[in-house]
Design a protein around this ligand. Structure first.
Ligand code: AKG
Length: 224
């Protein structure tokens, strides 16, 4: 990691037009509550299958990140109200309090309390020490409202690229536990990914002894 957190306060940064990094957005108590919620969502489903699973790609590959969805279930490359690539049962509900957190996040990132942001999808991703996420666009939503990303646990390199392709230019941002990253507007379809995490850098006080959790909130635009 690049600097010493206690000595060098990190500044909010506009990474690209519409893309904002807000360091240390959530305090330890808020992070702890989110980790607890993630633990519930990740747990076994009524069918007995695990809530959090590695997604199988059409290429035959399997993602190294494990994911559980709320509101709408994402699988390559669409959304469904049921876990179609799993037990076929309904997706977990998207809680109102999480929509409220998403609204707060967008207001904070864009410094504007008047934005009408109503997320109805969450992807909750867990990274073990070896997990990565390749550069991709979030483009299976019909809405182009911003994506809200909250990090918990181990720090990571978040690679934020351009909207054209997976090549440079990109910016590598270090995301730490409690950080917020929002991308919308001209950056909404930017390629992004996580080339590495920094195992062992999370504070165990939030209830996550190892690994990294990421919650991304989106507006599906798919109606009810
Ligand atoms: O883990 C992250 O910070 C990024 C997650 C992501 O890109 C996604 O869920 O589409």
């Amino acid at each position: 990691m690049a600097d010493i957190p206690a000595l060098v306060p990190r500044q909010r940064a506009r990474v690209a037009d519409g893309a904002v990094h807000v360091p240390d957005w959530l305090d330890l108590d808020e992070q702890r509550r989110l980790v607890e919620a993630c633990r519930d969502w990740a747990g076994p489903r009524p069918s007995g299958q695990p809530g959090m699973r590695a997604t199988r790609l059409p290429s035959g590959g399997v993602m190294s990140v494990r994911t559980v969805c709320l509101g709408w279930h994402w699988y390559p490359y669409r959304y469904s109200r049921t876990v179609d690539d799993g037990d076929g049962a309904p997706v977990l509900p998207f809680p109102d309090w999480l929509a409220g957190l998403g609204r707060r996040a967008v207001a904070e990132a864009y410094q504007d309390d008047g934005i009408d942001y109503r997320p109805d999808v969450a992807l909750v991703n867990y990274y073990d020490d070896a997990a990565r996420m390749g550069l991709h666009q979030d483009k299976d939503e019909r809405s182009r409202d911003p994506v809200v990303s909250i990090s918990l646990g181990d720090a990571c390199v978040f690679r934020f690229g351009n909207t054209e392709n997976r090549k440079r230019p990109w910016t590598d941002v270090e995301l730490r536990s409690g950080d917020l990253f929002v991308f919308g507007g001209p950056s909404r379809l930017a390629y992004h990914g996580v080339p590495r995490t920094y195992p062992g850098t999370g504070d165990p006080a939030i209830g996550l002894p190892r690994g990294r959790l990421n919650i991304t909130l989106r507006v599906s635009g798919l109606g009810s």
